[in-house]
Write a protein that binds this ligand. Structure first.
Ligand code: FES
Length: 149
């Protein structure tokens, strides 16, 4: 039995310690905002916060998260930061197919927590672990820039 905090609630699972956090979130807890893209730690679609640090959940075995604080995109929906990003992504046209957006929002939130007024270069660096297949990076950078104002 592995116990941890998920979006503010204490939860437990009997899943194999070697199973991926990504699968646990999507299949057992039905938190499908966390996406699978590459499954290899390259695309950031599966980004979550583990103890407030941005991590790729496809690379995390469940056995390593005992006692950890996990936050998914669903866990930040009610925060002021999410509402600002939601509006700025919408204003900037930052969402195309939308598949990368939960991960992009998590990366944006992580960046703005550390650096509330990032330069364009810092924004690009902040989302460098997140790939957008529609290649809508300029609009996403614009969205984060708007959110930072
Ligand atoms: Fe985890 Fe791509 S699915 S980084």
């Amino acid at each position: 039995m592995i116990k941890f905090t998920l979006n503010g609630k204490t939860v437990e699972t009997n899943a194999s310690p070697t199973a991926r956090l990504l699968d646990l979130l999507r299949e057992e807890f039905e938190l499908i905002g966390t996406k699978e893209g590459c499954g290899e730690g390259e695309c950031g679609a599966c980004s979550v916060f583990v103890n407030n640090l941005l991590q790729n959940s496809c690379l995390i075995p469940i056995g390593s998260i005992a006692g950890a604080d996990i936050q998914t995109i669903e866990g930040i929906l009610e925060t002021e930061k999410f509402k600002i990003l939601d509006e700025s992504y919408s204003n900037a046209g930052g969402v195309q197919c939308g598949y990368c957006i939960p991960g992009m929002i998590m990366a944006s939130a992580a960046l703005l927590s550390k650096n509330p007024h990032p330069s364009e270069a810092e924004i690009r660096e902040g989302i460098s672990g997140n790939l957008c297949r529609c290649t809508g990076y300029n609009m996403i950078v614009d969205a984060i820039n708007q959110a930072a104002k």
